[in-house]
Design a protein around this ligand. Sequence first.
Ligand SMILES: Cc1ncc(COP(=O)(O)O)c(C=O)c1O
Length: 437
Amino acid sequence: MSTPLYDSLRALAAQNPLRLDMPGHHGGPLPGGLSWPSELDFTENGATGDLFGGEPDAIQAAQRLWARRLGFDSCLFLTGGSTQGVHTGLALLAGQGSAVALDRGSHRSAYHALALLDLIPHFLPRPWLAGEGVAGPVSPEVVEETLKARPDIKTVCITSPTYYGVLSDIPAVAAVCRAFGAKLMVDGAHGAHLPFLGYTGYQAADVVVMSAHKTLPAPGQTALLLANGFGLPELQRWGSVSGSSSPSYVFLAALDAVRHHMEGEGAARYRETVRLVDRLRQSHPALRARDGLALDPARLTLHSPDGFALAAALRERGVYPEMADRGHVVCICTCADGAAEFSRLTSALAETGLTGLGSPCPPPPETPQAVLTPRQALFAPRRRVPLADSAGRVCACQIAPYPPGVPVIAPGERIEKKHLAYLTEIGYNICCADIIL
Ligand SMILES: Cc1ncc(COP(=O)(O)O)c(C=O)c1O
């Protein structure tokens, strides 16, 4: 086999899988008829614009249309996913060496940004929602308590929605931040579709990061950085630190085309997807949200007594969900999914018979003691040991089972017996952990 990866992807695509994962196009056509148009795959040549350049050009015009549509002062296209956006946004707001109030449930890109920028985190906890078996929203009250107790903190960073679709009240959190002179960054990696469904909450934040590729029909790695109170030159300055100096013009063109699509046919299709998700949720008590949660209306989080078995059974039937944990299977439903796809999903779910509430997942233990800063932990010498032998040692990696989707142990924190007992209790089966020497 001279092209093993290419061949295996072709073979999988030929099976016509139902893709309820990323990218949000789900294998269907991209807006504007883009496939891989090598005739558009340019570099900066004097006529094509410059993503990080200063002269007005077509890239800037396309970014302005996004900023205007989503209600922001500026927008930078990203070709390195929300990972690049989280690094760029935190550099823009927090600079180097400052203290940051960080959602404990942040993606690893935020933990890496802490280390690269030498930021000192003060973690914002999320309540445990036993009924759902997931972490709840970041509350404005917790943010207020934190900023009151720590007047040195001038940057707050939260994620909304979560992987499971849980939304935090961004305008309320933003109002608290403003009252304390702090800036708010929202990791909205999973929320790029929400403004096209009428959601306006993101506009209250200073900086928002979104992965176009997760929930919109856009190619993998395409993402957006949106800002209020900052001009494009500042976004470009920080975006170019981790962005390629040869960004893909096909990705940039796709970001332009997907906005246009979402302003018309895409939004109508997304509304239909939301209706189909709602109908499926209503069809089964185990799919309905309890606890009065504010949820992304397109995210389908299926409850199951054994989420891993349900995901495997779905895959056997050609249905590929985004993620599974012991009590859930998460499907990313987008405007690429219509009646035919939902009917296929419904039949597959009925065949498996594996939806329903499982045994409740216990709440995660309290955040461990931080011994090293994230930066010290990232660059420290390390060794891999069996997890069972790691009690008392300082962790060099992130141990973040789903659920809770919140790291039980982050780099630089001490691993205690109670953390290991929790990981055993929830059946988290990693065998090894990296510890600091
Ligand atoms: C909440 C969150 N933020 C950031 C990222 C990173 O996004 P990307 O894969 O676009 O780099 C992810 C990826 O899953 C995520 O879930």
